[in-house]
Design a binder for this molecule. Sequence first.
Ligand SMILES: [Fe+2]
Ligand SMILES: [Fe+2]
Length: 208
Amino acid sequence: MTRPIDSLLVAADEALRTLAGAIHAGRPTPGKGAGEPDAAEERRHAAALMRVNHAGEVCAQALYSGQALVARDPNIRRALQEAGAEERDHLAWCRQRLDELGSRTSVLDPIWYAGSFALGVATGLGGDRWSLGFLAETEAQVEQHLEGHLGRLPAQDGRSRAILTQMREDENRHGETGRALGGAELPRPVKGVMKLFSKVMTRTAYYV
Ligand SMILES: [Fe+2]
Ligand SMILES: [Fe+2]
């Protein structure tokens, strides 16, 4: 039996590690030896896109952590933790790619973390059906977003492309898991608010 204080400490530990970059991937980073952009302008653009993706993965960590904190069904908690492990890979890959491109993470990451954690707890408290529905919708939106970034990356940047392609595959699976475990279809206005949140995040993290 896990005591509430233990769960809270786990959540706090996850937050600190995510924001400090002390997260290690379980799988090797995709795209080893794939192409690199040469021009400074292209590298800057690729880095800005990867900063957005890194911020998105910070949000995913927070969301999964918040939901796992309040999930009732042990099967659902386990599924959240499994998907969370793959999200840790994404986070570490994006951070590594930012390093390779000579860039940095978003200074607003703690804010995205706090907001997403609160959302994870709030949807989790609404019950597992809504929590999973929210998760499935998040993953669907992220998948769509990654599709867009794959089109915007510099043509030569095979490394970033390989990373995003693997991420898209994983997100698709996370979404399916959420639906298979009984996630409810969210009302349209809720989906709209989620799109707005991600629009603000993605536009901002591109620059800062
Ligand atoms: Fe992810
Ligand atoms: Fe995901």
